[in-house]
Design a protein around this ligand. Structure first.
Ligand SMILES: C[S@@+](CC[C@H](N)C(=O)[O-])C[C@H]1O[C@@H](n2cnc3c(N)ncnc32)[C@H](O)[C@@H]1O
Length: 359
């Protein structure tokens, strides 16, 4: 067929290209989604706007069935679908949490519930939701050390910090897990293994939405701000969209409204925050191409390497930066060096007399 050169052909070609890039493959007929939909319906949630689909580039997400207007509600998820610390307290774990000294954190309570329910298999009331959760994650804490070693230095340091944090979380939770032994016929060490807790930690950290709960005595004082929101947590991130998302106390639903419209059969995105790619990788295990918040992190070692080695005040300057929390998060963005990086550089470039005057 002769390739058209006119305006109409060009627009048609652009449309075809756009839809082949952004159009997803409908996944709603997969058995796990059929069960999940029934489960949501049983909890009073039925969606008319969106369907699960797999998209090139971003993987599984939600596709619009109709065009969505600016300001339109995209999801209104009833409280009965949310998994929060309230769910955990009301469950068989509640009495064990109340007895536990020192009290577990809200995050530990949620992770314990996820691991325990996963272990319960067919017996779990949450099975249809658990079945659609990822089996594995790509956050740096899940990557092999030889992969983490390939990261740029500042990211590598953060990834190692994250690994140490999760390992500390696991070892400090062992006594709590032991206290749960009466609930299980199998040894708790086998159920609440490091890999099981890591899976639950990544589930909460990559998928939970923000929902503030008041402080309760049965938990340690860390903020209780997580809610797992089944279905809503299938929405992928785009830095270019704006949404309003919050729990509505009147309707008792977690509601998401889009501030940007969306065409029929396109992927519906939400924005997880104005995050650069380092933060997206650390917190969610992916990076966003064409991210307007993308930046390059510059380590203090790199800065020092390119400053005069004869500067006798260098160690003093570095310790001033450390004391004032100016040694990390020094970045170059699309607009050039950040204010933090410029400030750190100004201090590092001061002459000896100027440095004295600043103190
Ligand atoms: C809240 S879940 C979104 C649904 C998820 N894609 C799924 O299949 O369950 C967040 C996770 O989705 C993936 N994700 C979200 N936005 C993405 C994007 N723009 N590109 C690639 N992966 C993305 C990341 O793995 C992230 O940890």
């Amino acid at each position: 067929m002769k390739r058209g050169r006119g305006r109409t052909s060009r627009i048609r070609r652009q449309k075809l290209f756009r839809s082949s890039v952004s159009r997803g493959v409908n996944e709603s007929c997969k058995p796990e989604f059929i069960e999940f939909k029934k489960w949501l319906k049983g909890r009073k949630f039925e969606d008319t706007n969106l369907i699960p689909a797999c998209f090139p580039g971003t993987g599984r997400g939600l596709m619009s069935k109709t065009s969505l207007q600016e300001g339109q509600m995209i999801i209104s998820l009833p409280e009965s679908c949310l998994l929060t610390t309230d769910t955990v307290i009301r469950s068989y774990l509640g009495t064990y949490i109340a007895k536990c000294q020192p009290p577990p954190s809200p995050l530990l309570a949620l992770c314990t519930f996820l691991v325990s329910e996963k272990h319960a298999g067919d017996q779990s009331l949450w099975k249809p939701y658990l079945d659609i959760l990822p089996k594995a994650y790509t956050c740096p804490v899940c990557l092999e050390p030889k992969v983490v070693n390939l990261f740029p230095e500042p990211l590598k340091a953060k990834a190692e910090e994250q690994r140490a944090r999760v390992q500390g979380f696991f070892s400090s939770s062992r006594d709590f897990f032991s206290s749960l032994q009466p609930l299980f016929s199998e040894a708790v060490e086998n159920i609440f293994s490091y890999s099981a807790l890591l899976w639950a930690w990544c589930t909460v950290n990559t998928r939970a939405v923000y929902m503030k709960h008041g402080q309760r005595k049965c938990f340690s004082p860390e903020p209780d701000t997580y809610a797992l929101a089944p279905y809503l947590d299938l929405l992928n991130h785009s830095p270019d969209v704006q949404v309003k998302a919050a729990f509505n106390e009147e309707t008792r639903c977690y509601e998401v409204r889009t501030a940007s419209g969306c065409r029929k059969h396109e992927q519906v995105f939400i924005c997880y925050g104005p995050h650069d790619n380092q933060r997206l990788l650390l917190e969610y295990g992916f990076v966003s191409i064409q991210n307007p918040h993308a930046c390059v992190y510059v380590s203090a070692d790199l800065l020092v390497k390119y400053l005069p080695s004869t500067d006798k005040q260098m160690n003093k300057k570095i310790s001033i930066l450390k004391d004032h929390d100016f040694i990390e998060n020094l970045t170059f963005g699309w607009d050039g060096p950040s204010w933090r990086l410029l400030t750190a550089l100004k201090l590092l470039c001061l002459e000896a007399e100027e440095l004295c005057m600043t103190q």
